[in-house]
Design a protein around this ligand. Structure first.
Ligand code: ADP
Ligand code: MG
Length: 262
């Protein structure tokens, strides 16, 4: 079996924020390979560098040292090639724009022709099961639907890589379960590569092919777990011994990272 292409490759990646008089080591010596079609979750307590890592991939922050490539390019080149879609923690939809106009905004900025925009919006809404809600305003949608709309906005460029920063963190568990299932289906259907930040152990284990356990002060990777779970995952897979075993390993990794501080 040939190995899938490298999508994100980090070697001894470090990022130190020079804030005030105390520099913050947000990422220290991160080594990670994300390959095409992977679903990679980043889990760890606040301040361990999860958002920073996504921001480096997206060229919103610059590394201090080490190497990082995105689709074999520098993050800057990847950004210019529109290599990824970014989903933020809050839906960040403009309340005065309808759902379709929200999804259109980045396409307008990038200068897509109007017919192309329409097709991309329709396809993206279909992927997140929001067809029929084009003309609604964000406030007319539930929290889960708003978050799906913001995923549709990230999907509209049809980039192969999706960066998702705690997209379901603010939602209740039932809605989150449903969106987890939907996201897995979307991932299986589109063969996209997903980098997903979460605080939730079950969410990380349920979704991922690879789980990156991180820890703060300094921000670093403490464990990388390749999941043996099959790609087809009904929700009740969460009660199987295999699932619980991975969850246990994640929990141990988080605990080990924590004791480091004391
Ligand atoms: P996480 O997403 O895991 O909660 P972040 O990547 O947001 O962590 O932050 C990692 C560390 O870097 C934290 O200590 C945070 O306070 C610090 N940090 C994040 N952004 C900045 C910034 N722009 N300037 C200074 N420090 C920052
Ligand atoms: Mg964060």
């Amino acid at each position: 079996m040939t190995q899938a292409a490298s999508v994100v490759s980090a070697k001894d990646l470090c990022l130190t924020y020079q804030a005030g008089d105390a520099p913050v080591q947000a990422l220290t010596n991160v080594n990670l390979e994300v390959r095409k079609g992977d679903f990679v979750s980043f889990i760890g307590p606040s301040g361990c560098g999860k958002t920073t890592f996504l921001r480096v991939i997206a060229d919103l922050e610059r590394k201090t040292s080490g190497e990082i490539t995105v689709n074999g390019m520098t993050p800057e080149e990847a950004r210019k090639a529109r290599a990824y879609g970014y989903v933020f923690q809050a839906p960040a939809l403009y309340p005065w724009r309808t759902i379709e106009k929200n999804i259109a905004l980045p396409l307008e900025i990038m200068g897509y022709a109007s017919a192309d925009q329409k097709k991309r919006i329709a396809d993206a809404l279909d992927l997140v099961n929001l067809t029929g809600f084009e003309k609604k305003f964000p406030w007319q949608l539930s929290g889960g639907m708003q978050q799906r709309a913001s995923i549709a906005r990230a999907l509209a460029f049809d980039a192969d890589l999706l960066l998702m920063d705690e997209p379901f963190g603010a939602l209740d568990e039932i809605v989150r379960d449903h969106l987890n299932e939907e996201l897995l289906k979307l991932w299986a259907r589109t063969n996209k590569t997903i980098c997903f930040v979460t605080h939730s152990i079950p969410e990380a284990v349920y979704l991922s092919t690879k789980i990156v356990v991180m820890s703060p002060r300094p921000g670093r990777v403490t464990d990388i777990i390749d999941s043996p779970l099959p790609k087809e995952r009904p929700l009740d897979i969460r009660e199987t011994p295999e699932f619980l075993e991975i969850a246990h390993r994640v929990r141990e990794g988080l605990r080990a990272g924590h004791s480091y501080e004391h």
